[in-house]
Design a protein around this ligand. Structure first.
Ligand code: FAD
Length: 279
């Protein structure tokens, strides 16, 4: 039997300005949509800080007839506020969600208690039944707050058992970490798909800073290579495309069920990598 086409999806964050939003909707989305992704997803700011902008971008993409998944977390909100937001998504014809615990933005920590993603999944299922296709987050290099490797896998299982359909991973550059993780998940009784999250290299300095916080490792050889290029941005760009293309090729050749691109709201390099893969 021929293998199913891998599922491809593209992630955005909600732009801060009207110009940014217009560019995302009028230029970036039509260009990336030509690549025929299964859906776009739009992040939700820590603590609910982008509630309206996420809703605005998601609604506009849906109105253009394109499949879209808002990310969602309780943040500091109560069940009423989150319930109303979920109902609005349902009314607007959205049938996918990425359910997260999220993090508190700095300065907002304090009294609010973060709600674990498994509880959000259960809440969505209780409120809307099977309406939404729910994704959750997975961490091949393990979530920075996890007590242990096995413990983190058990919590992923908990989110999937609570009713999520599949998982999308944090980005990684060590392909072995992903396949080892899949094996460990299978051994723990997880049979739902775990899609590979891939970060094209756009701004290496930002990526390096962000990676330190989210627990994704950039291998030393990649750092050394980029450092050697100094200010030569064109060489960094080409190197980034080359290694991320290779990473995706390995994933697809080895049977990954699909890839979720963290596009950072850019058409390139995602489009170039996609073309290199002959998709
Ligand atoms: P959870 O699955 O709830 O896990 C959080 C931590 O607690 C883990 O260490 C886990 O081991 C532990 N844990 C889980 N359940 C329990 C439990 N019941 N009891 C005790 N411990 C538990 N962040 C944003 O702010 N906005 C976004 O839009 C966003 N999108 C993302 C999309 C993807 C695909 C990924 C991979 C991450 C995304 N993040 C986003 C980051 C994410 O919010 C953070 O990594 C956050 O710290 C954890 O969220 P989670 O849903 O994975 O949490």
């Amino acid at each position: 039997m021929p293998r199913q086409r891998p599922r491809m999806s593209f992630e955005y964050f909600p732009p801060r300005t009207q110009e940014g939003k217009a560019k995302l909707l009028q230029e970036t989305t039509p260009a990336l949509n030509e690549l025929d992704p299964a859906f776009f997803s739009v992040t939700y700011g820590a603590g609910g800080t982008t509630r309206d902008t996420t809703l605005g971008v998601v609604s506009a993409i849906r109105e253009a007839g394109i499949e879209v998944a808002p990310h969602l977390s309780f943040g500091g909100d109560d069940e009423n506020a989150i319930g109303t937001l979920i109902d609005t998504y349902q009314e607007r014809g959205i049938n996918r969600l990425v359910a997260l615990r999220g993090d508190m933005p700095s300065g907002m920590g304090g009294s609010s208690q973060l709600v674990y993603a498994n509880e959000l999944v259960a809440f969505v299922r209780e409120r809307t039944g099977d309406h939404f296709q729910i994704e959750v987050a997975a961490y091949p290099e393990i979530h920075p707050e996890a007590k242990s490797y096995d413990n983190d896998i058990q919590f992923l299982k908990g989110k999937l058992d609570a009713g999520a359909n599949s998982a999308i991973t944090q980005y990684f550059f060590n392909v072995e970490s992903y396949f080892y993780f899949l094996d460990q998940c299978a051994a723990a009784g997880i049979s739902k798909p775990i899609y590979a999250g891939i970060m094209p290299i756009i701004n290496f300095a930002n990526l390096a800073r962000f990676s330190r916080n989210c627990g994704a490792e950039i291998p030393r050889w990649i750092c050394q290579r980029v450092e050697g290029y100094g200010e030569d941005q064109e060489s960094i760009r080409k190197f980034g495309i080359e290694i991320v293309t290779q990473l995706c090729q390995t994933l697809l050749d080895s049977g990954a069920p699909g890839i979720h691109f963290y596009t950072m709201n850019h058409i390139e390099p995602t489009r170039e990598i996609y073309r290199n893969l002959g998709l």
